[in-house]
Design a protein around this ligand. Structure first.
Ligand SMILES: *[C@@H]1O[C@H](CO)[C@@H](O)[C@H](O)[C@H]1NC(C)=O
Length: 165
């Protein structure tokens, strides 16, 4: 039994490595920002080469590697989509506490705010709700410490209906 579990875990890891290693998210800099190596820091799964397809009733994983330079007491998600040129916040995600989704990059341990200077990795899974409008848009995602962005990206995205059951 233990062996089976272990074997399945290894298989999953191998598959995850094969399928995710080619996943380059077409992340763009946010207006007025310039994060070094942005494309290597951002991963949205699933995502295509030119845009992310957000299919209703599925989950999307967002992974961001970022660096804290000055001790940060709080960190919040700033997430919105541009609709008709105007930013429309993602309800349920925008403005929420981002600290609970953060691991230390070196040790893979979850940490809590305040964050000391260092390298961190943020992972969040969120559902594409059926109430979202079906459209092409651009999603903006930032981790904010006060007014400052610790990391920020924008990505072209299409919200699609997916298959009906
Ligand atoms: C999405 O994630 C939630 C919470 O982890 C889980 O309960 C749900 O089954 C997932 N949905 C799909 C379609 O994977």
């Amino acid at each position: 039994m233990m062996f089976k579990v272990w074997f399945v875990a290894v298989l999953l890891t191998v598959f995850a490595t094969i399928f995710c290693s080619g996943n380059v998210t077409p992340a763009q800099q946010c207006p007025g920002e310039s994060f070094e190596g942005l494309q290597d820091r951002i991963q949205v799964t699933p995502c295509g080469k030119s845009r992310c397809n957000l299919v209703k009733n599925t989950n999307v994983t967002v992974n961001m590697k970022f660096t804290v330079v000055d001790k940060t007491d709080t960190m919040t998600n700033e997430v919105y989509a541009y609709i008709g040129g105007a930013p429309v916040p993602f309800l349920g995600v925008d403005g929420t506490d981002a600290c609970q989704h953060v691991k230390r990059a070196a040790s893979d341990e979850y940490v809590a705010c305040p964050l000391a200077p260092g390298d961190y990795e943020y992972t969040n899974v969120f559902p594409v709700l059926p109430v979202y409008p079906t459209l092409s848009t651009k999603v903006h995602w930032s981790l904010k410490a006060g007014k400052k962005s610790l990391i920020c990206f924008e990505v072209p995205a299409a919200i699609t209906a997916g298959s009906k059951h």
